[in-house]
Write a protein that binds this ligand. Sequence first.
Ligand code: FUC
Length: 778
Amino acid sequence: MINYKVTRVLLALLWVVVTSSTMLHAQSLQLWYDCPASQWEDTLPLGNGRLGMMPDGGINLESIVLNDITMWSGSSQDANNYEASVHLPKIRQLLIEGKNDEAQRLVDEHFVCEGPGSGGAQWGCFQVLGTLHLQVNHDVDESRTPHHYRRTLDIDKAVATLDYELDGVSYRREYFTGFGDDVGIIRLTADQPGKLNVRVSLSRPERFSTGTEGDELQFYGQLDNGVDDKGMRYLTRVRAVLKGGEQRAVSNNLIISEATEIILYVSSTTDFRNDNYLETSARLLATALEKTYDEHLEEHVSAFQRLFQRVSLTLGTSTRANLPTDERLVAFRENPEGDDELPALFFQFGRYLSISSTRVGLLPPNLQGLWANQIQTPWNGDYHLDVNVQMNHWHLDPANLGELNMPLAELVRGLIEPGARTAKIYYDAEGWVAHVITNVWGFTEPGESASWGVSNAGSGWLCNNLWEHYAFSKDTAYLSSIYPILKGSAEFYNSVLMEDPKTGWLVTGPSVSPENAFYLPNGNHANICMGPTIDNQITRELFTNVIEAASILGVDDEFSTTLKEKLKHLPPSARIGSDGRILEWLEEYEEVDPEHRHISHLYGLFPANQISPYHTPDLAEAAKKTLEVRGDDGPSWAIAYKQIFWARLLDGNRAYKLLRQLLTPTKETHINYGAGGGTYPNFFTAGPPMQIDGNFGGTAGIAEMLLQSHNGIIELLPAIPDAWKAEGEFKGLKARGNYTVDVAWKNGKVIHYRIASPEGGRVRVKVNGDIKEVEVQL
Ligand code: FUC
């Protein structure tokens, strides 16, 4: 016991000695700019998991786009086609006969959702809440240039600032969305008394009214639910607290004159799952008004840092921290050498965005996290289930934010009931299914077009996320809470599997390999098929996980036996085609677009562990060929996915090349499906348009380059690129099994590591090429 303690003390000392001798300085976790934002994708995202604010840093006119993650139009609906299952045998027969084009026609006629699907008002859309306008009268010639302009986002504190000097007066604005009291807070100050003259107002492109109540500015309305007058309602209240000066609310404006300090409180709620939303926003505001600014700031920063500061990462040094972030991004693209801090900043920004865009008890981040500046957000700002929402969560466990998986788990739990209806109506199946898209209203029906809408992979892929959180946390209470979701999904696949007469394998059908098309021998295109590789991989993985979960929880022996039997008849995880690539479909079809953004047939490489350089080297080689043909470009999420794939293939330099590709500066906002993804000045990633999955995927990719744990062994620096080898360290990353891992390295070699777990015990680690079994720190 004494020896053990002594060893721990020595190890701790060694850590101090090693890390201090390497002298890696703490890197600045700040984004900064020397001029106002030129477009929304240049404004600074703040969020507390529910409310968002994006200030643009305008001096005379500042626009702060406001968001609320529950701001959804639409409503729940039954878009099931009750005739669908009548056509299922015929569709399947056509697939067996190789007449996929004819099957696709039938699917379009009878097997998609009823009505306009995601194009309909009832389906809904995540929308901007509104814009808070600050019209600031500086009382000087408007053409005078301000000095010392600087706007920043400190991602270590979740606070944005703006500083400038005009006519000898120093002005400052500070903005944060409180993690403490759940209101938005903006403080404006001037270093000379009485210099602040500000008109505050609120607007929205549609469906809003404004009013005042005393000194309170109000902004409210109701969204379109596509059916009646019961759409989502919202109310935003703004109050100002002044030092010096005076305020009056006049015709929808709050007019503040000659103040020295202004603190604006923005309290906003919707009636999403809250009939008392009016009272809630009043209560939040009243509570906020009782505290001083410093109290707010302290509570906010400490609540945020409780999550954020669990991880630190240094990948090297930078000579460019003095460059504005947008210019730094351009410089990095031209020459990454000299700025190894930038990828680490991007990694921490991904963690920052997660903490800011979701919270336990509410909604998972959507396609844009919680930020949107439009009414019609691209793709409705929804939850896409054929990679996007899953990618939004891939980094959470490795980056030590595991509890932020809970909102997704709860969203998925909400799909069981509607998904069971859809399973029954379309497939006459047990369990539950969701296809390609869902929303906050529980949509599980196929999407409106056979070309993409009937993917069977959606629900099983969601179950992968839920399972992985268990693999990382080993929390059996959590496992038992998600088990019904996993089991219900396995029941669905178990009941829909059909036999492919050619091979005898059990496969899904009709389905698609997400969004991809192939040529039939007759020259026609089709998407609809049976047994796309991703479905086979997902079915295999899900059945295996459910069998393991049932055994851990001591339940469902009989169902496990059934699944074990079915597993014997599934197609192999992956098969290699005549050109050496992984086959995407059951047949060796030629794909219409060889560089298609989706690479769904490598699901087995990541997030699953069915293709691996260790246990299936041939498949791993075939995966490399597959990636070579797909190319390195695409929307940001596709680039990030490829970064992760190459990390799993243990090729750090190639993963780094993809990361560089992801960090390509762009300002484009048009919808893009092909090459051209990148990163906006504010570090949001671009499909384009802005899509947050690229941020989260890139963050997961960096974690995967530094630490892997999916083979029953913790691998330190499995795919570290040459660029980061010189010197670096991370602290607080997580490995499967509830291990917390710290590593320091020099010249590509680990010089110190520490693996901790509340359970203690021993664990196998691969370090500098050797596999060891080591004692875990408590
Ligand atoms: C998937 C992708 C698109 C886009 C959309 C939101 O369908 O194929 O590129 O990311 O989701």
